[in-house]
Design a protein around this ligand. Structure first.
Ligand code: FAD
Ligand code: FES
Length: 302
């Protein structure tokens, strides 16, 4: 158990004084627990990415587990370590968590070898979320590059499930080539929803590709945007969201209405280890979701 938790309990149990929130991050004490979970399905999406369905074993804990689009979990592969992974599924799906994971190094490579039934640990959910409440009644641009569709898929689910709450919705997705496109089996479904327009572009087409070719910023040229009435969520590598946000800025969308997800190396996920900080800002608790104005004011954030 963490020092933070112990101090909290000692203070509470001994009845001296009410527990002092000496560190605002102590509000996160509940997320120090590890849920026992198992892989219930593993789907190969591309050569490097798999989608894992992960079910918390205990029925009550599973039912209680809630998250908001944009949040992440720490996924523990027993004996190998823990990695931060964005939750990719719908917040209304109570059966299992969906995590889309790229084979990047030690832990994720072991995970890519795991089969259905393998046991893992889940801590969380952690971090800030996309402000989908504040976006109600406005147009929304949901923009992802490459693996950025993993964190973006959760707000996409939310917006599609609550379609009447938003005005025009455009999903823009760019990948290096057609073989890198994630979740291609869902495109038709998203496109069929009223007033949801899906735009896809690849940098390097193959012989069969008939769609748009180029960088994701090219897609923005063809979309009518009412800058005062539009919010944008942009997920992907920093170089991508920097260019996309710059273009949105030129189109008149204010920086505080663009939201991005920042990734840093993380160890605890809850503001204790100082692994993820940018100055005094901890990406695990103050982020990973930030508005672009804040990002531009964080030294060396991108
Ligand atoms: C909030 C958050 C959400 C994330 N969501 C996802 C997700 O949905 N899907 C997914 O596949 N990955 C996601 N990542 C990245 C993922 O955590 C790393 O790929 C993973 O930790 C690598 O662990 P490893 O042991 O396999 O690799 P390691 O052996 O630790 O490292 C292999 C390589 O990956 C790089 N790396 C390690 N951690 C990170 C990181 N945090 N960001 C960028 N590069 C890193 C290392 O520099 C090294 O080059 C997320 C990261 C954060 C911080
Ligand atoms: S990951 Fe430990 S402080 Fe952020």
């Amino acid at each position: 158990m963490s020092i933070l938790l112990t101090r909290y309990e000692v203070t509470k149990d001994s009845g001296f004084v009410a527990a002092t929130d000496f560190n605002r991050r102590s509000r996160l004490q509940h997320v120090d627990r590890v849920y026992k979970a198992e892989l219930t399905n593993v789907i190969q999406l591309t050569s490097m990415e798999k989608l894992f369905h992960i079910r918390i074993v205990d029925n009550v804990e599973r039912e209680r587990f809630t998250f908001l689009p944009g949040q992440f979990v720490m996924l523990e592969v027993p004996g190998y370590g823990e990695v931060p992974i964005s939750i990719s599924g719908s917040p209304t799906n109570k059966g299992y968590l969906e995590l889309c994971i790229r084979k990047a190094g030690t832990v994720t490579s072991v995970l890519h070898q795991a089969r259905r039934g393998a046991r893992v640990g889940i801590r969380g959910p952690f971090g800030t979320s996309f402000p989908l409440e504040a976006m109600k009644g406005h147009n929304i641009l949901l923009i992802a590059g490459g693996l950025g569709l993993a964190p973006l898929r959760s707000p996409i689910f939310h917006v599609c499930e609550n379609r009447a709450d938003y005005k025009d919705v455009h999903i823009l997705y760019g990948a290096r080539d057609p073989s890198q496109l994630l979740f291609d089996y869902q495109y038709e479904q998203w496109n069929r929803i009223d007033d949801v327009e899906l735009h896809i572009i690849v940098e390097k087409p193959d012989d069969k590709w008939t769609g748009e070719v180029g960088l994701i910023t090219k897609l923005l040229d063809n979309i009518p945007i009412a800058p005062d009435d539009t919010f944008a969520i942009v997920c992907g590598p920093p170089v991508m969201f920097k260019f996309v946000c710059a273009q949105l800025g030129r189109m008149g969308v204010p920086m505080h209405r663009m939201f991005v997800s920042l990734e840093r190396r993380m160890h605890c996920g809850m503001g204790k280890c100082c692994r993820c900080n940018i100055g005094s800002t901890y990406t695990c608790v103050d982020g990973p979701v930030f508005d672009f104005w804040t990002v531009m004011n964080l030294k060396e954030a991108i």
